[in-house]
Ligand binder design. Structure first.
Ligand code: HEM
Length: 415
């Protein structure tokens, strides 16, 4: 446990908080031993997140309950202890549209927002993008070979989902790098001071999205942004701020996640050469391999926040009403009561009930796209670069400091 687990030393409103910095890069490098300790000894863990008390739910069954039970709500305004709503980090008015998105909404708003984009993400429509993703993956490898060096994140894992989601929403090539910088600042906010420093980036992000919308309004395209604007002009289905919130969510969730699935999975496969060889020689393993890599590497380590609408007892602990709760997906995915040998990577694992894409009404909308992007990425990468290996010691990898995502910021490789 050393290095990952710290004793309970401090009390917070009479509740002992665990002193683990859950957002620190050293914790993110390998959080799984700590999760195991918690599942067995303290399955609902109070910690301090964003400057306030939050509860981490770690066992598989409790995680599924947290994601599906209506007593846990997403919009903090729907949680109240009768007097007050849960505290929230202060945000200036101009960035408020970023909060108007389906991931932060409960029904009926959630159902209305999700139904508007659902059609764009059906497996059949996503499958039509296969040729484009193949071409893109080959172009990226061509470039890396020509350069003679490669950072797997910067040169491959990031551009694939970034280009795909940008093309789906009609974001011009010259805007993508700036967009990624701003959205990365947003997903890296882990404490109140980060929130203050993030304000200029959030401002730029909203300004950029408003410009994207006005350009599409003047010059409609055959893309998702124009479809969303069309929906907003057809009555009161979608307000202007909701279009901004939706575009921000799709662009951010569409690339900040898949980059980590590709990066984490390549790391896992390079550390398991026999499994990698099996994948190379048996491409029919790809479907189950993707699910196992989502489970094993859990690129979305924590689900996004929930709030308790009332006092809720879960795994023997009562969480008071109006509190912040995180379902720890990465812990559920390694729960030994559900997964046999959870710490072993088994590419043909059967009946893999992982929660890496969430569960319930907020189940990942982009899962079919993420599966397609990552399977093409692995196929092209390992076929074109059969001698792929890490250029640095795995202990020297730098891990992003983020609450929700788990991924390395850079993976230098040789080939
Ligand atoms: C490996 C890649 C991905 C992983 C692991 C992942 C994981 C998740 C998870 C765990 C959730 C639920 C969060 C919660 O309940 O708090 C979620 C929701 C969501 N994801 Fe993904 N995601 C991935 C890729 C994508 C892509 C490519 C897109 C879009 C293009 C996307 C769009 C969304 C959206 C819009 C939601 C919110 C759905 C709702 O609120 O109804 N995701 N994702």
């Amino acid at each position: 446990m050393t290095g990952f687990y710290y004793n309970m030393t401090r009390t917070y409103q009479n509740i002992a908080l665990e002193q683990v910095i859950v957002t620190s890069p050293s914790f993110r490098a390998n959080p799984f031993p700590t999760f195991k300790y918690w599942r067995h000894n303290r399955p609902v863990v109070p910690v301090k997140v964003f400057g306030q008390r939050a509860w981490l739910v770690t066992r598989y069954d409790s995680v599924v309950t947290t994601l599906t039970d209506e007593r846990f709500v997403k919009n903090r305004r729907n949680a109240t202890d009768g007097k007050k709503n849960p505290p929230q980090m202060w945000l200036p008015g101009f960035v408020k549209p970023l909060e108007r998105n389906m991931l932060d909404s409960d029904d009926p708003d959630h159902a209305r927002l999700r139904s508007l984009v659902h059609q764009a993400f059906t497996p059949r429509l996503i499958a039509q993008m296969e040729t484009r993703i193949h071409r893109l993956a080959h172009e990226l490898i061509d470039k890396a070979i020509a350069k003679g060096e490669m950072d797997l994140i910067r040169d491959f894992a990031l551009p694939i989902p970034m280009v795909v989601i940008s093309e789906m929403l009609g974001v011009a090539e010259q805007d993508r790098a700036a967009f990624h910088r701003w959205s990365n600042v947003m997903v890296s906010v882990t404490k109140p001071i980060d929130g203050i420093f993030a304000i200029p980036s959030l401002y730029q992000l909203v300004k950029f999205l408003r410009r994207l919308l006005s350009e599409h309004r003047l010059n409609p395209q055959d893309d998702l942004t124009s479809a969303l604007l069309q929906a907003s002009s057809e009555g009161s289905k979608l307000s202007e701020d909701e279009v901004v919130g939706m575009a921000a969510l799709l662009l951010t969730a569409g690339h900040e996640t898949t980059v980590n699935l590709i990066g984490n999975s390549v790391l896992a496969l390079l550390a398991h050469p026999a499994e990698l060889e099996r994948l190379r020689t048996k491409p029919e393993l790809m479907k189950s391999a993707i699910e196992e890599l989502v489970r094993y590497t859990s690129p979305v380590l924590f689900a996004t926040e929930r709030y308790t609408r009332e006092d809720i007892t879960i795994a023997g602990t009562t969480i008071p009403a109006c509190e912040l709760v995180f379902a720890v997906l990465g812990s559920a995915n390694h729960d030994e009561s559900i997964f046999e040998n959870p710490e072993t990577l088994i590419l043909d694992r059967q009946n893999n009930k992982h929660v890496g894409f969430g569960s319930g009404m907020h189940y990942c909308l982009g899962a079919p796209l993420a599966r397609l992007e990552s399977s093409i990425a692995f196929q092209v990468l390992f076929e074109r670069l059969p001698n792929l290996r890490l250029a640095i010691n795995p202990e020297s990898l730098r891990w992003n400091s983020s609450l929700i995502m788990r991924g390395a910021s850079s993976i230098p490789v040789k080939f």
